[in-house]
Design a protein around this ligand. Structure first.
Ligand code: NAD
Ligand code: UDP
Length: 331
């Protein structure tokens, strides 16, 4: 069996666009651990310096602040480019929908051109949102989706769909070596407390003893993947010597309702928080679960971290994040 370092990132020069974000910063850590030299390019729109603060003295790492919708700054040549740049939580990506769309379209084009100039392999972080409110369940990569192109989620969903189009056009027209990961709901440490997604909201509300917000009747489903599992999947997809020839779903197939998630977090945090109902957001998908047969077959990948274990780590992380340390006792 090949050693992990020999698998592909060792000594390579890797660009992670969106590297200061939640998933991006975990990916940066994993790449550095495997011997790569890494540049994180990020506008810090939703990403944070804090996510990368532990790398301040790492000679193989650099953070470049830039917005991918603008011409890219001068950078060294890369062997591999991961594009994770794009706000991912509905409140954040809807705050400036035009910028979200341009990030996926113009930004992805800039990074693809860069990969072409460098002869780099390119991986696009796509999303289960390309399936919209799916009529096929679980979602396979061959399903074309059910997206409302004019609704408030379209800036993200259609932006990501257009980015996929660009990526596969670069493959067809320029023979670029490309990969597309369709990422399903992912959670873990380094999510922002104000991220707005369900795991961070529910955990933070439970820890603070505040009302837990359930949108709609809570019967809508999602399937939650722990960040470390997801990052392993992204690296395997990038490492694969030959192109998989189409997108690959990465996510955890364990599906649950939002109400079940709330119940689990309530139990695990021992909170007294009550549940309050809020209106279901427009175009909120009713159910979502990845079919990961392709990832299992092509990458030998499947998630390893059970939800309870991942939530335990996430709860512990948020407990430190939202509760400032006690002031030192007075002498
Ligand atoms: P995140 O918001 O924490 O990370 C996104 C990063 O991109 C941030 O650091 C942000 O500052 C940066 N960014 C945004 N717009 C930019 C721009 N124009 N130029 C440069 N940098 C920019 O979100 P995340 O959860 O870590 O998601 C990372 C990627 O994975 C995103 O592309 C997202 O669409 C995709 N994804 C995430 C999930 C999930 O559940 N977390 C699910 C599906 C897809
Ligand atoms: N949701 C909820 N309470 C919250 C945040 C989200 O009930 O405080 C619901 C939301 O309506 C959706 C599900 O949880 O049905 C997942 O939402 P999230 O924003 O995490 O991800 P996405 O909708 O993009 O899958």
């Amino acid at each position: 069996m090949k050693s992990r370092a020999a698998d592909g990132q060792d000594g390579r020069h890797v660009l992670v666009a969106g590297g200061a974000g939640f998933i991006g910063s975990h990916l940066v850590d994993a790449l550095l651990a495997r011997g790569a030299r890494v540049v994180a390019l990020d506008s810090l729109l939703t990403g944070r310096h804090d996510n990368l603060a532990h790398l301040a003295r790492e000679p193989r790492f650099e953070l470049v602040e830039a917005d991918v919708t603008q011409p890219l700054p001068a950078l060294p040549r890369f062997d591999r480019i991961f594009n994770l740049a794009c706000a991912a939580s509905p409140p954040h990506y809807q705050a400036d929908p035009m910028h979200t769309m341009m990030t996926s379209v113009v930004g992805t084009n800039h990074l693809l051109e860069r990969a072409r100039a460098d002869g780099a392999r390119f991986l696009q972080a796509s999303t289960s949102e390309v399936y919209g409110d799916p009529e096929v369940h679980p979602q396979t990569e061959s399903y074309w989706g059910n997206v409302n192109p004019t609704g408030p989620r379209a800036c993200y969903d259609e932006g990501k769909r257009s980015a996929e189009t660009l990526v596969f056009d670069f493959e067809r027209v320029h023979r670029l070596d490309v990969r597309v990961a369709r990422i399903f709901n992912t959670y873990g440490p380094r999510m922002r407390a104000d991220d707005g997604r369900v795991v961070s909201n529910v955990v933070c509300q439970a820890l603070a003893g505040e009302p837990i917000t359930v949108y709609g009747n809570g019967e809508q489903t999602r399937s939650f993947c722990y960040a470390a599992d997801l990052v392993e999947g992204l690296m395997r997809l990038m490492d694969r010597e030959t192109s998989p020839g189409g997108p690959v779903n990465l996510g955890n197939p364990r599906e649950m309702t939002v109400a079940e998630l709330v119940e689990l977090v309530t139990r695990m945090t021992d909170t007294r928080s009550a549940v309050v109902r809020r209106p279901l957001p427009v175009d909120d998908p009713q159910r979502r679960r990845p079919d990961i047969t392709r990832a299992q077959t092509l990458l030998g990948w499947s998630p390893q971290v059970p939800l309870e274990q991942g939530l335990e780590a996430t709860i512990a992380w948020f407990a430190k994040e939202i509760r400032p340390p006690e002031p030192a006792a007075r002498a």
